[in-house]
Ligand binder design. Structure first.
Ligand code: AMP
Ligand code: MG
Length: 323
């Protein structure tokens, strides 16, 4: 069975083509604003303008024709409505034309499932850190539950906003990581509230310190504080759930200091640490196809409203029938 997955929750329009044994294609085209943050209308226009060529490239890479597709999956939630709608319309059209079933997929769960499929962890606690999302997700009692999350902004957006204040263009994460290598420690707020984390206070503090401190020192200290917060709550989730695998994913998983901190924590408590290949950490269509296939195989049934986009769907609103 060949499943075609469409990702369009935020800045990336992606199409992945997968079978039960192989990931045949994973093609992406991402919108990057010239200045400022993501502009929803511009991003949706980007997605609408690249969807045909991304599809063509994916089919070519997979060496299949469109008619060979047996199943279409798309990320219907959570995300920004403008962009979600482009993917939803594209997916509905393909499924109608091809006369194949359509599967609506939760983007956050797809990040977990592509991790489980490609790196071989079985029952991980997932630290999912991206632009918009910061969640610690683990499976329990038929649901992917959120054990910790941000109370305000996603850690990637936090890093990008700090970068913007410092005059660094989007995406700021990779530049900040480089600058941090030349920095020294400055004390910042450390904001863990129960199991949750919060970034806006740290952002204001950093913004004020930009006038008086070296940028390199702020980049280094930002990483040390914020990543320690994420690792602290991840460790508590591992301990509470008595699980012994940590899966790090999302765009911020590219950061080598965050990986190092996760690795040290896991080693100390005898847990295994996993990070998928970069193309499967960032937003991508293959993960949507992987989860679409799992849901289809599990016999998941959908009502008309399930095919609608859902900007705010929570990870634990989806019944997990495939585990
Ligand atoms: P995503 O939303 O999953 O596509 O991830 C995008 C986010 O990852 C952006 O906020 C980037 O700034 C962030 N990011 C990418 N590379 C790095 C890095 N090396 N360090 C920190 N953040 C990063
Ligand atoms: Mg994502």
């Amino acid at each position: 069975m060949i499943c075609l997955g469409i990702e369009s929750t935020a800045h990336t329009f992606g199409i992945g083509i997968v079978t039960h044994d192989k990931i045949l294609a994973n093609v992406r085209d991402s919108y990057a604003p010239k200045e400022g943050g993501i502009h929803p209308r511009e991003a949706s226009e980007h997605h609408a303008s690249v969807c045909d060529s991304v599809l063509k490239q994916a089919l070519k890479k997979a060496k299949i024709s469109l008619e060979q597709v047996d199943l279409v999956a798309f990320s219907n939630a959570p995300g920004i409505a403008h962009m979600l709608r482009v993917g939803a319309v594209f997916a509905r059209t393909l499924s109608k034309v091809l006369k194949v079933p359509l599967v609506p997929v939760n983007h956050c769960i797809a990040h977990v499932e592509i991790g489980r499929r490609t790196v071989g962890c079985k029952d991980p606690v997932t630290l999912y850190v991206s632009g918009a999302n910061t969640q610690i997700i683990a499976y329990q009692g038929g649901l992917y539950r959120i054990f910790a999350e941000t109370l305000d902004m996603g850690v990637g957006n936090f890093i990008d906003t700090f970068a913007r204040y410092a005059g660094i263009p989007f995406p700021g994460g990779p530049v900040i990581e480089k600058l941090a290598k030349k920095g020294k420690y400055v004390e910042l707020p450390y904001s863990v509230k129960g199991m949750d984390v919060s970034f806006t206070g740290i952002l204001t503090n950093l913004r004020n310190k930009l006038k008086t401190h070296r940028l390199e020192d702020l980049c280094y200290s930002m990483q040390e504080h914020v990543f320690a917060m994420l690792v602290e709550v991840s460790e508590r989730a591992l301990a509470h759930m008595q699980k012994n695998e940590l899966l790090l994913t999302g765009g911020v998983a590219s950061n080598s200091r965050l990986r190092e901190m996760c690795k040290v924590m896991c080693k100390d408590r005898g847990a295994k640490f996993y990070v998928p290949k970069k193309e499967y950490c960032v937003d991508n269509g293959a993960m949507i196809a992987v989860l679409g296939l799992l849901m289809h195989d599990s016999g998941a049934k959908f009502k008309k409203k399930d095919y609608c986009i859902n900007q705010r769907q929570r990870t634990d609103e989806v019944k997990v029938l495939w585990r």
